[in-house]
Design a protein around this ligand. Structure first.
Ligand code: FMN
Length: 224
């Protein structure tokens, strides 16, 4: 890992950063040594996900080792913490408790890109931003859909989009019926038509904030 990173650092004038986990498994949580060695070969920042490779997404992320890396007097690069942050309150609590220079967010941003602004605003003011309106959510879905189709083509673009509707529309009552329609449509025009119906149905409704959720199967093979 150190050799590979050193080769990357040497091959570019751009700043190189690393994101990694605590270690391979419970018996090899070597992030403290890894952090020093990566800093020594010239990385400019390090993000640590508080789980091991073998853990995949099981259990809770352990931020205590991330804090230890941050507290190491030899470490001078920024240390970012990662794992399980899904609300402004948790972001503030973990930043204060573990002293990290920044936080990275994965799952909580899927279908809810507003999380970043919400957290920034809460850290700056201690107050909550208003949640996104149905218009904003539909706007984000539309944008995502069009870019997905542009990037992957009409068939795969529309198929891949199907897993995202639930997250974008989480918290709206009886949304399942619309979601079932969305995942059955095969053209952008048909999907846009359902989206218009969703917008009309829920205009003015403010859903309860529910943190992003995933079925275990969705992340089974994801080991970053
Ligand atoms: C769909 C998906 C794709 C991911 N892709 C990457 C990746 O390319 N590189 C990486 O370091 N981590 C990747 N991750 C892991 C996240 O960056 C993060 O470490 C992990 O999800 C834990 O943070 P969270 O609790 O905020 O989700 C991915 C996670 C998900 C759910």
């Amino acid at each position: 890992m150190t050799r590979l990173t050193e080769a990357v650092v040497k091959s570019t004038s751009l700043p190189v950063t690393v994101k990694t986990r605590l270690g391979w498994d419970d018996l090899s949580k070597n992030i403290e040594e890894v952090a020093e060695r990566l800093q020594d070969v010239g990385i400019r920042a390090l993000t640590i996900h508080g789980r091991t490779r073998s853990q995949l997404y099981k259990g809770e992320a352990d931020w205590t080792l991330i804090a230890k890396v941050k507290e190491n007097p030899r470490i001078h690069i920024p240390i970012f913490g990662n794992g399980d942050i899904d609300s402004p309150e948790k972001a503030r609590l973990y930043r204060d408790r573990y002293g990290v220079d920044g936080i990275m967010i994965g799952r909580a941003a899927i279908g809810y890109p507003w999380i970043f602004n919400e957290i920034k605003h809460f850290l700056a003011t201690g107050e909550h931003l208003a949640p996104p309106t149905i218009e904003q959510r539909i706007g984000a879905i539309r944008d995502h859909l069009l870019r997905s189709v542009e990037w992957k083509g009409p068939v795969v673009g529309i198929l891949e989009m199907r897993r995202h509707y639930t997250n974008y529309l989480k918290g709206f009552p009886h949304i399942k019926e619309f979601r079932n329609q969305l995942v059955q449509k095969a053209t952008v025009e048909e999907i846009e038509d359902v989206l218009r119906q969703v917008q009309n149905r829920y205009t003015g409704f403010v859903p309860v904030r529910i943190a992003a959720g995933f079925s275990a199967g969705q992340l089974e093979d994801c080991a970053y």
